[in-house]
Design a protein around this ligand. Sequence first.
Ligand code: FE
Length: 130
Amino acid sequence: MSEVRKTDEEWRRELTPEQYRVLREKGTEAPFTGEYDHVFEPGVYRCAGCGTQLFDSDTKYDSGCGWPAFSAPASDETLEEETDASHGMSRREVLCASCGGHLGHLFPDGPAPTGQRYCINSAALRLEER
Ligand code: FE
């Protein structure tokens, strides 16, 4: 996995303000507002920061939570997880392993067989349709 390292100035220049807020400042887009919340076209979801393939549309489902939800990552190595204790909760934060960008959170209430819900900000993703 290649590491993508950029200065804050470079990220600010290359990302939209919303992408920067989510990916680099661990922001969360408002629920039900994201570009991909209700998109189910077949394709590959790449990191909006570095282009790494993060998820496949095959694992995307409508969780009703207001953000794109996936039941599994594209591969075991694409994501990193950390404990996020902000906002009085203990959550699993999900980051892009290549560029360190914040993607969203992981919850143990997803569909079988994984039982996992990767709750991901649309602003952190770029869909490449097939
Ligand atoms: Fe990335």
